[in-house]
Design a protein around this ligand. Structure first.
Ligand SMILES: [Zn+2]
Length: 319
């Protein structure tokens, strides 16, 4: 039987770049474009740029919808970006309304961590799961929750800000203005900052690695030095894994997931991270929860936000 192909565009709006891609109903990426966000100062200019990209990647094809992943706090019901982290001058931007008026097609807007969670659930490492929590450890900690096959957004669609769960009120100041959030202990930034502190008065390979990178240390360097048995790096990663596991144990108790998908730059550490993280989390969860969930590495790479945003319309079940 002849079936009319249905196309969806996914957009990943970031602080530094905008990516747009056209997907067919099998979830095959047909076309992709990327542009710098910088240069476009106002929200209107960014929206204009995105509309141009949507028209360009779709090459005249009729669209079923446009899914958009945006940083910051997003009201998905109305498609409003309340405030865009990394997008200065973004305040209550009615993205859905503006874009629907220009494109004459339905637009859905979600926070980028939720889009990534949905992407992993539909096409990545969460496939086949029923209750999945996605956690990304990078500059901060982002998360998205899928329960009974549904993306959980909450009343104002702010659900899933697990990185700002306070795990120790005596901890350091977080970007959110409060103290001791999970992300000040367990993000990539936390790994770097702890390493920088310990480097001040101890000999470590980290100094060489930072110098070779123009004096800039990253969490990646700390894993590299750990691989070479550097005691400072080992100490930093041990501490980070302890805190990552602590937060994941809270996730297990709160959501009782069958799978936890770990994304973000830190997840690239692979075997330097996962075996220890699984072991520590199992130690920290209450007995009945042991063995009820798996902790796995994310399956999708740079296109995860695009795929997740597009999958708000298609679940790509044909795949
Ligand atoms: Zn915070």
């Amino acid at each position: 039987m002849h079936k009319v192909e249905s196309y969806v565009v996914g957009i990943d709006l970031g602080g530094t770049k905008i990516a747009a891609a056209l997907f067919d109903s099998n979830g095959t990426l047909v076309n992709r474009e990327q542009m710098e966000t910088s240069g476009a100062r106002t929200a209107e200019e960014v929206v204009e740029r995105m509309i141009g990209m949507i028209r360009s990647v779709s090459e005249g094809r009729l669209l079923t919808g446009v899914g958009l992943a945006s940083p910051g706090a997003v009201n998905s019901r109305d498609g409003i970006v309340i405030n865009g982290t990394n997008l200065p001058e973004w305040d209550n931007v009615p993205l859905k309304q503006w874009m629907e008026a220009a494109l004459k097609v339905e637009v859905q807007v979600v926070n980028d961590a939720n889009a990534a969670a949905w992407g992993e659930y539909v096409r990545g490492a969460g496939k086949g799961s029923e209750n999945m929590v996605y956690v990304t450890f990078s500059t901060g900690i982002g998360a998205g929750i899928v329960m009974d096959g549904k993306l959980i957004l909450g009343t104002e669609s702010f659900a899933g800000e697990l990185g700002h769960n306070i795990i120790d009120p005596s901890g350091s100041l977080c970007s959110c203005g409060r103290y001791g959030c999970w992300e000040v202990f367990a993000s990539g930034t936390a790994i770097r900052d702890t390493a920088l502190k310990l480097m001040e008065n101890r000999a470590t390979l980290l100094s060489e690695l930072a110098n070779a990178n123009g004096g800039k240390l990253t969490a990646q360097h700390v894993f590299e030095a750990m691989k070479l048995n550097d005691p400072v790096a080992i100490e930093v990663i041990d501490r980070a894994i302890q805190y990552m596991a602590l937060g994941l144990a809270n996730v297990v108790h709160t959501f009782n997931p069958d799978r936890i998908v770990i994304g973000g730059g830190v997840s690239k550490a692979g075997d330097l991270l996962f075996p220890a993280l699984r072991e520590k989390t199992e130690e920290l969860v209450m007995t009945p929860y042991r063995g009820t969930y798996r902790i796995v590495s994310a399956g999708l790479k740079d296109n995860v936000g695009l795929i997740g945003a597009a999958a708000l319309f298609h679940t790509f079940e044909a795949e």
